[in-house]
Design a protein around this ligand. Structure first.
Ligand SMILES: [Zn+2]
Length: 390
């Protein structure tokens, strides 16, 4: 009986410790992992601000905000993106990308798919549903639904974009009310398909419209730039790409091994994009895109989203972003250039989403023309999405 009493006490203490941890830990991770070099409010020149305020359509191709426990319908004092800050920044469209697994000791050169998974631990500490703890596809479903829930809570000011028609509606509404904005769902790494085509269909039904075959390790689809095999598409990978073409889903080759990018370009008959990347021409490392791939992706009508973080671009980061854009322009023109911030992606960025006018200021400073800046800040994404969404 005495033994039982002690066991009960230990059990209660453990439960209490878990409760305290889930209240404190997730926000601490969020704060410490998603830092900004400088904090808002941001100051820019009158000229840059006037141009920024005249932009009709501002878009970004990569944001991992759904990974965290932050309520996106309220303005938060940490992290990079939420709906009120999107409105302050006059955003039109953000890509909400879903992260489901990331290896412990994550690095650019070599990661094993079998490494301890940090996202499992994060889901446990966030007290997310137990179904999430053990299933990568359930994590993706959960994050997809969160975006829909946030949108429902934001009444008529946030649209989850799943089709050309949704985007056309968003553009029309935004002309009347600048506070209207939208987001679309993407997936960072196809390991969450768990090797099953039916999970692609399931996630499409949940509203996912973009998918990257790999994140930091090799998947059932093929090789990551940071994996072990550095291989191209597998047989299953080819099937998934073909099915994505049929569904008119957007293929994102961020983090893909060069051989996989080659294979995707050969298999797909649609334009593709790189949601967040740097370019070897301004910073040469395994993460960044070669001139040949930039030119091929651009020639097919694709997009290259330039990341805002160290490793994609050089320091100081705002200058580094524009350096990468200048290189892309010099070899492939401006029409393929887009923003690919990687906001809330466990990366330190120069400014949160309300600091985007600073990027316009730097683009002006480095000699970009007004119409080029409009294209880079969002018109290129608008044109791509109107053409390539179902
Ligand atoms: Zn990434």
């Amino acid at each position: 009986m005495k033994k039982f009493k002690w066991l009960a006490i230990v059990f209660v203490v453990l439960i209490l410790a878990y409760i305290v941890t889930v209240i404190i830990a997730p926000n601490e991770f969020d704060k410490n992992l998603n830092e900004t070099k400088t904090l808002p409010p941001y100051k820019v020149s009158d000229k840059a601000l006037a141009l920024y305020n005249s932009l009709d359509f501002i878009a970004d191709l990569h944001c991992d905000a759904l990974l965290w426990n932050r309520d996106l319908t309220v303005k938060n004092a940490f992290g990079h993106v939420d709906f009120p800050r999107m409105q302050e920044a006059n955003m039109a469209l953000e890509a909400f990308t879903i992260v489901t697994k990331s290896p412990k000791g994550q690095n650019f050169s070599k990661n094993s798919a079998d490494a301890f998974d940090n996202i499992t631990m994060l889901n446990f500490l966030q007290a997310r549903p137990i179904s999430n703890w053990f299933s990568l596809s359930e994590r993706a479903v959960y994050q997809s639904r969160k975006l829909h829930e946030f949108a429902a809570d934001y009444e008529d000011e946030f649209i989850v974009v799943k089709s050309k028609a949704d985007l056309e509606r968003l553009i029309a509404l935004k002309k009347e009310n600048k506070r209207v904005m939208g987001g679309f769902l993407g997936i960072e790494g196809a390991h969450c398909l768990e090797g099953k085509m039916e999970n692609l269909e399931k996630l499409y039904k949940e509203g996912v419209r973009m998918l990257a075959p790999t994140h930091f390790f090799d998947t059932e689809l093929g090789g990551s730039a940071h994996g072990i095999s550095k291989a191209g598409l597998t047989g299953f990978g080819k099937e998934v790409i073909q099915r994505m073409d049929e569904l008119e889903m957007i293929i994102d080759v961020a983090h893909a091994a060069p051989a996989l990018i080659d294979d995707v370009l050969e298999v797909t008959n649609r334009p593709i994009l790189v949601s967040h990347t740097g370019v070897k021409g301004s910073l040469d490392n395994v993460r960044n895109l070669s001139d040949e791939h930039i030119q091929k992706i651009a020639a097919n009508g694709g997009l290259i989203g330039v990341g805002f973080f160290d490793g994609a671009v050089t320091k100081p980061l705002t200058e580094g972003i524009v350096d990468a854009m200048k290189h892309i322009k010099s070899i492939a023109g401006v029409d393929c250039i887009a923003l690919g911030s990687d906001y809330d992606g466990s990366a330190t960025v120069p400014f949160d989403i309300t600091g985007l006018p600073l990027l316009v200021e730097e683009l002006l400073k480095q000699g970009f023309q007004e119409d080029e800046i409009r294209d880079i800040m969002g018109e290129n994404v608008k044109r791509f999405m109107l053409k390539n969404l179902p």
